[in-house]
Ligand binder design. Structure first.
Ligand SMILES: [Zn+2]
Ligand SMILES: [Zn+2]
Length: 355
């Protein structure tokens, strides 16, 4: 976690033009995940968890459905191969030397024999690590109710859960790292997974940014004014590359919520419309905890590409792919999954939505 990534300033300060946005500013922490070596002691996406040996590992007992399974052992091997390949730039005349086992798995995965039947899905499924964030690195506030918390762990079940949820189902754990005296070295793993639901092990480079609400979370009156191009022109501001008929897209794409994996901030509507999110226990409005996205940025919001990645993002195809999709997680057709927690009490259940 020694690489710094820096989001460029927004094209202009939207709250200077619409002061009523000022009190709505929230802090989000962009994680900037990138494939790399991680241990129990690191904040990570998809890395190993600091898990006590005497604490039960989470399992999912809901019905499952999958049509694109892969053996997890094969996927883990592929991930190790990709990690070694990452050390070689495109066009390097000396690519990594594969072992016989690695070649065999790659050949098998390229064949038709990779399709597995789903009969094993009848039993409970061991969850897989999604993110581990030490609060020293990612200062997300833990809801009240538990002392000494300095570590957030999120796991999920790497399958769809029809008929209610065509997305993975998550578990949120807050703990004290010092209380873990003996670590579970080999946690249970499902034999088969949906490939797009198992993140590539990634280091993170947390960066705090300021967000304003998604356009769908604004009042119609304010949204109409933000979409009124003449107001922006009067303020002599404009977004580079923006164009007059659709000014609202500039706010949504460049001025409000950061794309990519992040903690905190505002809801990311788009695939779904805004929906009330009361805590099922106390009724308090839940707040975004973790945002899981299919890409860090896309063709429409490139202003969020960190300075440190801009040169590579503009030229090298492999580098661009790795930066845009570093975790290789994909939710449905490139949508977002957000996990919400109740700010009133740590033990109240979380909510998750596809957005
Ligand atoms: Zn499940
Ligand atoms: Zn609550």
């Amino acid at each position: 976690m020694n690489v710094v990534r820096t989001t460029p300033p927004r094209p202009f300060d939207i709250a200077a033009v619409f002061p009523e946005l000022g009190p709505l500013a929230r802090t989000a922490i962009r994680l900037h995940p990138r494939p790399g070596p991680v241990t129990w002691h690191d904040s990570s996406v998809g890395g190993p968890l600091l898990w006590p040996v005497d604490e039960p590992w989470p399992y999912c007992d809901l019905p499952h459905e999958s049509t694109s399974d892969i053996a997890l052992a094969d996927l883990r091997l592929q991930q190790r191969v990709r990690a070694s390949e990452a050390a070689f730039p495109d066009g390097d005349p000396h690519p990594p030397h594969y072992t016989a086992e690695e070649r065999a798995v790659r050949d098998r995965l390229d064949s038709e024999e990779t399709w597995l039947d789903g009969s094993w899905l009848d039993g409970p499924v061991a969850m897989v690590p999604l993110a581990q964030l030490y609060l020293r690195d990612v200062p997300v506030p833990c809801p009240p109710g538990r002392a000494g918390v300095d570590l957030l762990q999120v796991l999920w079940c790497p399958f769809d859960h029809p008929p209610e949820h065509y997305m993975p189902r998550s578990v949120v754990v807050w703990r004290s790292a010092a209380a873990v005296t003996e670590v579970l070295v080999s946690p249970p793993e499902p034999p088969v997974v949906v490939e797009e639901y198992v993140p590539e092990p990634c280091v993170v480079s947390p960066e705090q940014v300021r967000e304003y609400p998604n356009p769908a979370d604004l009042s119609k009156e304010l949204r109409d004014r933000i979409e009124d191009w003449s107001i922006r022109q009067a303020a002599a501001v404009a977004v580079e590359g923006g164009y007059e008929p659709y000014p609202e897209s500039d706010y949504g794409s460049h001025l409000s919520g950061a794309p990519g994996w992040k903690v905190g901030g505002w809801p990311m509507w788009g695939y779904a419309d805004p929906t009330p999110r009361p805590c099922s226990v106390c009724g308090t409005e839940t707040e975004p905890l973790l945002t899981i996205t299919s890409s860090e940025w896309d063709a429409g919001n490139g202003s969020w590409i960190p300075y440190e990645d801009q040169a590579a993002a503009s030229c090298a195809p492999r580098d661009r792919r790795d930066m845009q999709h570093p975790t290789r997680v994909q939710i449905a057709d490139c949508v977002t999954q957000q996990i919400y927690i109740c700010p009133a009490a740590v033990e109240h259940p979380h909510i998750e939505l596809m957005q």
